[in-house]
Design a protein around this ligand. Structure first.
Ligand SMILES: CC(C)(COP(=O)(O)OP(=O)(O)OC[C@H]1O[C@@H](n2cnc3c(N)ncnc32)[C@H](O)[C@@H]1OP(=O)(O)O)[C@@H](O)C(=O)NCCC(=O)NCCS
Length: 279
């Protein structure tokens, strides 16, 4: 088979099942609900050969920044240009804006070839949530907090992620920290099949970030969780000590002119799942 035998089309709901077979090959825990959520927030493309799906890509747009959330090619069909062609379609769709992603070691050579630069390493922790008491200071968000949450999220990431935040609110749990009545930090946890993904965590310091995670964890005792930490989050040692240990690292990468300015003191400590880019 050659790349010229491959057809490319828009990713639709009917492609989800076969995409899940490819993500299982790659060892990823993706589930139908999550892929539908990703498509709902963005769009994607698929590659087919003889009516079989051999590759998929999904992307989301957060204001002026595009993020690539999923790229996978059938393991029997790799190194034939399919991944590269899917990336070119996504970059064409993105147009001028800055594009960000979290690269696995498999994906990194391709992204470097397409002009992406390395930003920083990110660290995935995984483990079962132990018995944990909520610490003073963090509380559950209310619907009225969503505007302030979106505002501090934008100031920490430079991205307009209102659509993502409303999904986290509708499908997951969201905690906040307030100071003088204003939201100064927030965190969310969302189920991805058998795994609870904790993130994003946006806060002014590591202590706030930890208090937010403690509140989320206190409601998910015994659940398998995944937490993707930014470099210098200050949370790695604590997570390792409670059995949510580092299992892998990946690379945050970016292409194009940086549009996204961040405003201290708000900072991302934990990413919102690698599918939603960086930070
Ligand atoms: C990453 C992935 C999608 C690449 O798909 P692919 O169809 O093999 O990519 P391409 O054939 O278009 O590769 C394009 C170029 O990228 C580079 N490249 C791709 N895979 C590479 C590898 N394993 N080692 C070195 N370079 C590689 C090469 O420069 C290649 O060009 P070449 O074959 O002419 O040397 C595929 O390996 C995959 O599905 N991996 C598992 C899932 C994953 O990790 N996805 C990335 C998530 S961030």
């Amino acid at each position: 088979m050659r790349i010229i035998d491959t057809k490319f089309a828009e990713f639709r709901a009917e492609h989800v099942d076969e995409t899940l077979e490819l993500t299982a090959q790659a060892g990823w825990t993706n589930f139908m609900d999550n892929l539908l959520m990703l498509l709902d927030l963005g769009c994607g493309y698929v590659a087919t050969m003889n009516n079989h799906l051999v590759g998929s890509i999904c992307m989301t747009f957060f204001g002026e920044v595009a993020t690539i959330g999923l790229l996978v090619v059938d393991e029997k069909m790799r190194r034939q240009g399919i991944g590269g062609q899917l990336m070119r379609l996504a970059l064409e769709k993105a147009g001028e804006p800055e594009c960000r992603l979290i690269a696995t070691s498999d994906g990194k050579p391709l992204y470097l070839k397409l002009g992406f630069d390395r930003l920083e390493a990110v660290h995935t922790h995984r483990g079962v949530i132990p018995c944990m008491e909520a610490q003073h200071g963090a509380e559950w968000a209310t619907r009225d907090d969503l505007e302030q949450i979106s505002d501090i999220d934008r100031r920490a990431t430079g991205l307009d992620r209102r659509t993502l935040i409303s999904t986290l609110w509708n499908k997951g749990l969201v905690a906040v920290i307030r100071h003088a009545g204003k939201v100064v930090g927030y965190a969310a946890i969302l189920r991805y099949g058998s795994v609870e993904v904790a993130g994003p965590v946006i806060a002014c310091d590591t202590y706030q970030a930890r208090r937010l995670l403690c509140l989320l964890f206190s409601q998910r005792l015994g659940a398998l969780t995944r937490v993707v930490l930014r470099q210098q989050s200050g949370l790695a040692e604590w997570l390792n000590s409670i059995g949510i240990a580092e299992v892998s690292t990946a690379t945050a990468m970016c292409r194009g002119e940086a549009h996204a300015d961040t405003e201290p003191p708000f900072r991302t400590y934990v990413l919102a799942s690698s599918q939603f880019g960086f930070p």
